[in-house]
Design a binder for this molecule. Structure first.
Ligand code: ADP
Ligand code: MG
Length: 246
């Protein structure tokens, strides 16, 4: 996401089969927000699926958002939690040039949707810890290359059960300006919020084990950042804490 001046939403409403440049066609809509739409597309020559993100053309200057996101993904191309950027593609929509961003398509489901499919709409503590660990591992590498995500929540996390664990992908980086310590710390708080949501939120918090509560830190920023000042500190804790009674 990129902050914009005017947000007057006019849906693209692309139908399946619609051409996206000479190489691709639309398969289906994957998601839409206030700033644009994401479609699953098919590369005709190869049968390979990709994702195309379109920003609404009335968001000015429109190309800036695509270029910013492309550069961000390119910078993060060594991070396994980030989907690979492929290229941009300009198409004509109602006689207006619209630039879209083509990236890997992720087979996973939104974490929010996955939770709705679980018993009680929540995950058992050990599963939630597993998801948090994957998220923290991924974000640690993002922070390691000097970046931050800026909008970590359960709709921007795509999850795929894999063996005994999960494969996670993070989409939709937000542009809060240049990286800074407090922006990375916001990712820590947001990751822990996602963990809390996985556990069932406020309703089930009281019954959680002390170790789980220690990580959540009652979602208090001061306490959380005192315990885990960096993503690496949280990752180290997740790898080493003891299940003995506290
Ligand atoms: N590369 C992708 N592969 C599969 N699904 C994706 C991909 N990118 C986005 N999505 C889906 O589309 C939704 C909207 O994309 P997102 O980039 O978060 O845009 P928005 O700004 O509308 O929130 C995501 O929550 C996710 O479910
Ligand atoms: Mg999003």
């Amino acid at each position: 996401m990129v902050p914009t001046k005017s947000i007057k939403k006019v849906s693209f409403n692309f139908r399946p089969g619609r051409c996206i440049g000479p190489q691709y066609e639309v398969v289906c809509l994957l998601g839409s927000g206030s700033e644009g739409e994401v479609y699953k597309i098919l590369e005709r020559e190869t049968g390979i699926h990709r994702a195309a993100k379109f920003y609404y053309p009335n968001m000015e200057p429109h190309d800036r958002a695509v270029v910013w996101y492309a550069q961000k993904l390119n910078h993060l191309r060594s991070c396994p939690i980030v989907l690979q950027y492929h290229h941009t593609q300009a198409i004509q929509v109602a006689r207006k040039r619209v630039l879209c961003l083509i990236s890997d398509f992720c087979e996973g489901v939104q974490l929010e949707q996955w939770l709705l499919q679980q018993k009680g709409h929540r995950a058992p503590p050990f599963t939630a810890l597993n998801i948090l660990y994957r998220l923290v591992q991924g974000l640690e590498l993002v922070h390691g290359v000097g970046e931050y995500h800026g909008d970590v929540h359960s709709q921007n996390i795509l999850l795929r059960p894999r063996g005994v664990s999960f494969e996670l992908k993070l989409v939709d980086f937000f542009n809060w300006g240049p990286p800074a310590k407090h922006k990375k710390q916001q990712d820590i708080l947001d990751a822990v919020r996602v963990f809390y949501e996985c556990l069932g939120g406020r309703r089930y918090y009281r019954e959680q084990a002390p170790q789980i509560k220690y990580i959540c830190s009652a979602l208090r920023r001061d306490l959380l950042f005192e315990r885990f000042p960096t993503m690496s500190a949280l990752r180290v804790y997740l790898e080493s804490f003891e299940w003995i009674s506290l």
